[in-house]
Write a protein that binds this ligand. Structure first.
Ligand SMILES: Cc1cc2nc3c(=O)[nH]c(=O)nc-3n(C[C@H](O)[C@H](O)[C@H](O)COP(=O)(O)OP(=O)(O)OC[C@H]3O[C@@H](n4cnc5c(N)ncnc54)[C@H](O)[C@@H]3O)c2cc1C
Length: 263
């Protein structure tokens, strides 16, 4: 499958991207935090202004590194870009979920303020979509795995592209749905976008069509409904691996199944 970025090193996609890139490889830059928005009890949107931005493709990510007490060097993690590169790519938005006990995400999600500076480097990654690739698309995400799909959806809207997209989004409960209001408004206003929620810990809630973890039957139902020719999967490794197998079993060409694991 397509992308398996590694956190500390930047990994395979950094190397692949670097080799193919015509522009010089990204360098560390000090970006200003210009907006901090609490999306859910555990996820925060950070908007940063990048001093020397490189145009990115929806689905790509940046590395962010921060100093951590007791560590000799800053600790780096990968974060997908949530914003559209069009019309502007100098302001980049991230959606960061606090992982309890983690070294980096609690600082970014809970302690970062407007006016802070963050060390960032990017963009990286081959988990991308642009209008030339067409569709229809089935986008499968759990938790913060929705972030790169927001970039794709926002980009398609900004470019006025009406490729059918069906987003399957798994969250613990209604309170934990990242971009809840925006997704609702986008679905109402865009006839090419369908959003299907599944809630794993809120049985019977009407905002969700399913009330269980993503499984083969759910994916099969939505693949048939959406008539998708291209599948994108993003989130925890187990969910991603399951869906990769399921989409190919259900007949998608493996070349048209893209995945990003948040490990
Ligand atoms: C390409 C890519 C894009 C990504 N995009 C996003 C994104 O858009 N949004 C997002 O929120 N995340 C994203 N991630 C995940 C992100 O990079 C981090 O992995 C995540 O934020 C956790 O980092 P952390 O430093 O907080 O946790 P870590 O310090 O890495 O710890 C992770 C977990 O392991 C546990 N742990 C750590 N050490 C031990 C130990 N010794 N024993 C037992 N348990 C331990 C911690 O308690 C924690 O729960 C992405 C990952 C990739 C690869």
């Amino acid at each position: 499958m397509e992308t398996e970025a590694r956190n500390q090193t930047g990994g395979a996609s950094e190397d692949a991207g670097g080799a193919a890139r015509k522009t010089p490889p990204p360098k560390w830059q000090l970006a200003d935090v210009i907006d901090v928005i609490a999306e859910t009890p555990e996820t925060t949107t950070l908007r940063i202004a990048v001093p020397e931005p490189t145009e990115f493709t929806p689905g790509q990510y940046y590395n962010i590194r921060i100093p951590v007490e007791g560590r000799p060097r800053p600790i780096q993690r990968a974060y997908s870009i949530a914003s559209s590169p069009f019309p502007k790519f100098d302001v980049v938005e991230f959606g960061i979920k606090e992982m309890e006990g983690g070294l980096v995400s609690p600082v970014l999600a809970k302690q970062t303020k407007v006016g802070d500076k963050l060390e960032v480097r990017g963009p990286y990654g081959a988990f991308t979509w642009t209008q030339e690739m067409g569709g229809p698309l089935l986008l499968i995400s759990a938790g913060s795995g929705v972030v790169p799909f927001m970039s794709m959806i926002r980009y398609a809207r900004a470019k006025n592209v009406s490729v059918p997209m069906h987003l399957l989004f798994s969250s613990k409960s209604s309170e934990f749905v990242i971009y809840s209001r925006e997704l609702e408004e986008l679905e109402k206003s865009l006839d090419w976008l369908t959003v299907t929620h599944t809630f794993t810990r809120e049985p019977g809630h009407p905002a969700a069509r399913f009330h269980r973890r993503i499984d083969k039957e759910m994916v099969a139902e939505l693949l048939a409904e959406s008539q998708a020719k291209i599948g994108y999967i993003c989130g925890p490794p187990e969910m991603v691996e399951l869906c990769e197998i399921v989409l190919v079993d259900l007949g998608l060409d493996p070349k048209n199944v893209y995945s990003e694991k948040y490990d």
